[in-house]
Design a protein around this ligand. Structure first.
Ligand code: PHE
Ligand code: NA
Length: 501
């Protein structure tokens, strides 16, 4: 007889884990810079529109698929239609690629958490980060391992495997119950402290002063959609998997709204914290905010922030809170991505959570260490991230909407499912967003990005390198998805009746 499916202990456990997944590095290092560069205060309009018209509808779609078909992505999609299993494995592969580099950033955060106690990055944080710490080389395959990264990275993977081995309730949920509240407290203290820095108001003005003209620029709208997408962790299996561990009769939409708004609140909060702090830097250097460099992504985090922390009264405390927050936010997101992979293998090959955690975790950890604790780590991370997020995830979203809504015409069934179990009911608008708006907007994003990457390449990287690491990643996603589909199921997932009928 089949073992009953693992479950969250209740609604709160699910919500906390889902928020833990959504709130990640993207909230802290991506949102503030994106908002600033795309119209400041005015960016909130496209951002809200993207949240309401694509973010929340696709979040609900993920929930509906995972919950109705009670499986991680490959199982759930297969139960929708046999050949759709491949889309599920494509999403698992996306999670695999993201996991291998996401873990590296958490490892860097752990190192910098330690460095912040004695301002270990010295007087030149830029040289320290890429030189002393990462020992970055020219783009290209490298076998020069960097022990300073290898050790924290190994720690991240051991912790991940231990948590996943505990299963959904005793592992993933419990870890989130510890780290999410800690993160919220640490981050709130950080943001409040940043508000009292000299120059903070200038930073906030720079971030929130609206540039209304930006609203006429299509790229600003695209930036909003892609931020929402990345930030909510939708359309690559995570929310399908998490929703599949809810009880049969479980409210889906209202918790979804809580998760979406909690994530956005955390983003705005991070915007406030980051720009207050940048305001302090501009004040110290006697320049305008607009003249500052490295205000987003890894360079904001590991170069600009260390520089600021060194100049700040009480910097040690601030640094520890900042890098501690990053590590916790990243870790709870990493758990969600790796759970997707683990669940896929548990279901297809009949492994227990413990077996899957060990096997999947070890393979992923080894790939992660081989690729990202070498001197090429930063280049590979930047490149893989660009391709997997802008091509892999967006393609996955377009495919899901088009195949489920148009080809299989299952929109009504899923809408019915959501409404049968939830208190907040979705109307026909939900299907319209998914069937019409999402494919148009996301399809346009996908095609224009593919064209730009082909014609202009990416950053300063030579085309041989982006072919290998960027397009190579896409090949890995597709080939991996096909191979995993072809392998045999240990126990067929096909005798399954959805509930409610
Ligand atoms: N949503 C997370 C963030 O905003 C990012 C993430 C990526 C989470 C991949 C899980 C998986 O940072
Ligand atoms: Na997020």
């Amino acid at each position: 007889p089949e073992k009953p499916r693992e479950e969250w202990t209740g609604q709160v456990g699910f919500i906390i884990a889902a928020i833990g997944s959504a709130v990640g590095l993207g909230n802290i290092w991506r949102f503030p810079g994106v908002a600033y560069e795309n119209g400041g205060g005015a960016f909130l309009i496209p951002y809200l529109v993207a949240l309401l018209t694509a973010g929340i509808p696709i979040l609900f779609l993920d929930y509906a698929i995972g919950h109705r078909f009670r499986g991680s992505a490959p199982t759930a999609f297969r139960r929708l239609r046999t050949w759709l299993e491949t889309l599920g494995w494509f999403q698992v592969m996306i999670c695999f690629v993201i996991a291998v580099y996401y873990a590296a950033v958490i490892a860097w955060s752990l190192s910098f958490f330690v460095f912040s106690f004695d301002l270990g990055w010295g007087d030149d944080p830029a040289a320290f980060f890429t030189g002393d710490y990462l020992q970055v080389s020219e783009p290209g395959i490298s076998l020069d391992f960097v022990p300073g990264v290898l050790i924290p990275l190994a720690i991240v993977w051991v912790l991940t495997i231990v948590v996943l081995a505990g299963g959904v309730a005793k592992g993933v949920q419990r870890a989130n119950m510890v780290f999410l509240p800690l993160l919220v407290i640490a981050f709130l203290v950080l943001v409040v402290r940043s508000l009292f820095l000299q120059g903070a108001t200038d930073g906030l003005n720079a971030l929130f002063t609206p540039n209304w003209e930006a609203l006429g620029d299509a790229n600003v709208w695209i930036a909003a959609y892609s931020q929402i997408f990345f930030s909510l962790s939708i359309a690559f299996g995570i929310m399908i998997t998490y929703a599949s561990y809810r009880k049969r009769r479980a409210n889906l939409t209202s918790p979804g709204l809580v998760v979406a708004f909690a994530n956005s609140s955390f983003e705005i909060l991070a915007g406030i914290g980051v720009f207050s702090t940048l305001g302090f830097l501009a004040h110290q250097e006697g320049v305008q905010i607009g003249e500052l460099e490295n205000i987003s992504g890894p360079t904001l985090t590991f170069i600009t922030f260390p520089a600021i922390i060194s100049e700040m009264p009480g910097g040690v405390f601030f640094g520890a809170l900042f890098f501690g927050s990053l590590a916790m936010a990243g870790f709870t997101s990493l758990l969600s991505i790796t759970q997707v992979i683990s669940a896929g293998f548990q279901e297809k090959f009949g492994w227990s959570p413990r077996q899957a955690a060990l096997r999947v975790g070890l393979v992923t950890a080894i790939v992660s260490v081989l690729l990202f604790s070498t001197a090429d780590g930063l280049n590979a991370l930047d490149t893989a991230d660009q391709w997997v997020n802008n091509i892999g995830v967006v393609a996955s979203a377009v495919l899901t909407c088009v195949l489920v809504l148009w080809v299989l015409r299952r929109g009504r069934e899923l809408q019915y499912h959501l409404n049968a179990v939830s208190t907040f009911r979705v109307g026909a608008w939900w299907q319209v967003f998914l069937a019409v708006l999402a494919p148009i907007v996301l399809g346009y994003m996908l095609i224009s990005r593919i064209v730009t990457l082909i014609t202009d390449g990416y950053g300063e990287y030579p085309s041989g390198y982006t072919d290998l690491v960027g397009w190579g990643t896409v090949v890995v996603l597709v080939v991996g998805a096909i191979v995993l589909t072809v392998l045999r199921w240990r126990r067929s997932p096909d005798t399954f009746t959805p509930w409610p009928p």
